[in-house]
Ligand binder design. Structure first.
Ligand code: NAI
Length: 286
């Protein structure tokens, strides 16, 4: 029987979430996604108009199908958490049931269970500020959107995940080495995400036989990365310094995710897996 994957954090065809969806689809999984509420309309209409047609093509010539798209804001766990200004915000008004708990309930109602959970989202409102200049509010917002969002997703989805299931998030080496420019507490958020990966692997492994891993990905020119502002420099740096001198393609991260989600990785849990052309292994630039 085919597996079913829920991928949180897909809103266009440029990011890691989309590439992971494609690799999982190519391996035979049914794909459902969670899309950030303010980005939902554009994503759905672009899909409908065939804007992603070319990038929906799978290696066997068929097109990736998305069985269902759920509006999601992973910063809110349930309706009681949603403040008035968001409730009345125009960009949220057209959607319902987009808190983490409600999305998990909807997926359960529509599909019953899932096998694979992917967290491919992050947000740090002060990412362009150095840590020393980051406000408490900005720091906590980065942690809420980029780290706690994963705990919340797992907490609400684990009950509908089949035993033997697998969960994956995306992290960045700024968690453990100094990457000037990755500010606003985003480096801290990735450090928390990696630490949580270990603890959650223990808890979800013992309780539900679910594996939890994170992929430390190299630089990709995604929408989120372009917003940070230094992505071209990071790609050039990797080309110049990594053991493998090629631009990292999102597909390579997608394929690693498909491996981690598969029985081929049945003994891997609690790990940070580097998919970065080997850059993490370098001690100095060359
Ligand atoms: P992306 O822009 O394709 O994905 C980020 C997604 O998060 C977007 O679809 C955005 O709408 C969504 N999002 C933001 N706040 C949200 C919220 N509150 N609720 C639900 N969704 C929300 O960009 P990318 O780069 O593919 O990011 C995916 C993951 O990969 C992130 O965790 C990022 O930190 C990580 N990563 C990216 C690298 C890069 O160079 N692009 C390098 C290493 C890790």
């Amino acid at each position: 029987k085919g597996k079913r994957a829920f991928i949180a954090g897909v809103a266009d065809d440029n990011g890691y979430g989309w590439a992971i969806a494609k690799s999982l689809a190519a391996a035979g999984a049914e794909i459902i996604v969670g899309t950030w509420v303010p980005a939902l309309n554009i994503f759905e209409s672009s899909l409908r108009r065939g804007k992603f047609h070319e990038s929906q093509a799978l290696p066997n010539g068929s097109l990736m199908e998305i069985a269902k798209i759920y509006p999601l804001d992973a910063v809110f766990d349930n309706p009681e958490d949603v403040p008035e200004d968001i409730k009345t915000n125009k960009r949220y008004a057209g959607s319902t049931n987009w808190t983490v708990q409600e999305v998990a309930e909807s997926v359960k109602k529509d599909f019953g269970t899932i096998d694979i959970l992917v967290h491919s989202l992050a947000n740090g409102p002060e990412v362009s500020k150095p840590l020393l200049e980051t406000s408490r509010k900005g720091y906590l917002a980065a942690l809420s959107a980029s780290s706690y969002s994963y705990i919340s997703l797992l907490k609400h989805f684990v009950p509908i995940m089949n035993p033997g299931g697998s969960s994956i998030s995306l992290t960045y080496i700024a968690s453990e080495r100094i990457i000037p420019g990755y500010g606003g507490g985003m480096s801290s958020a990735k450090a928390a995400l990696e630490s949580d990966t270990r603890v959650l692997a223990f808890e979800a492994g013992r309780k539900n036989k679910i594996r939890v891993n994170t992929i430390s990905a190299g630089p990709l020119r995604s929408r989120a990365a372009k917003a940070i502002g230094f992505i071209d420099m990071m790609i050039d740096y990797s080309l110049a310094n990594a053991p493998l001198q090629k631009e990292l393609s999102a597909v390579e991260v997608g394929n690693a995710a498909a491996f981690l989600a598969s029985p081929l990785a049945s003994a891997i849990s609690g790990s940070v897996i580097y998919v970065d052309n080997g850059l993490d292994a370098m001690g100095v630039g060359v």
